[in-house]
Design a protein around this ligand. Structure first.
Ligand SMILES: [Cu+2]
Length: 151
């Protein structure tokens, strides 16, 4: 009985491993991840391969996920995850996908999803001059783009 259970578990694990890469989870937080942080996605910088997925988890309530349209890759499908909702989003095209929490973008609650190979220098330049971005959102995007360029 014990052996059968183990075999079944192994078969299930093998099946899972053969499927697509699991989604990277981004949590929506009121505090953290670092001490003193407020209203943040964690992690705020995500890299996935083309065809990879990101799961947005409403860990704390009162947050959403919305594309930053002025910096969104041309022709990419729109992205909106409603407030207090979990969603898994698959990214089929390479590029840099910046998202924001609508009520907290002014507090710098933004994240960057980098899909495949992307030109971080070009994105950073665009983010520096894009119209209508709150100063803290712009600054955070610059930091994230710089970090992505290093990795
Ligand atoms: Cu928020």
């Amino acid at each position: 009985m014990m052996i059968r259970t183990t075999l079944a578990a192994l078969l299930m694990m093998t099946g899972t491993a053969a499927a697509a890469d699991p989604a990277v989870t981004v949590r929506e937080l009121n505090r953290g991840p670092a001490a003193g942080d407020t209203f943040a996605y964690d992690p705020a910088l995500v890299r996935v391969p083309v065809g990879g997925s990101v799961r947005f988890e409403p860990t704390d309530k009162g947050h959403n996920v919305a594309a930053i349209q002025s910096l969104w890759p041309a022709g990419a499908p729109p992205l909106t995850v409603p407030f207090n909702s979990e969603a898994t989003v698959t990214f089929e095209r390479p590029g840099v996908y910046p998202v924001q929490c609508t009520p907290h973008t002014g507090l710098g609650m933004v994240a960057l999803i980098v899909v495949g190979d992307a030109d971080m220098t070009e994105f950073a330049a665009k983010a520096a001059s894009a119209p209508g971005l709150a100063p803290r959102a712009r600054a955070k995007l610059g930091v994230l783009a710089g970090a992505a360029g290093q990795s």
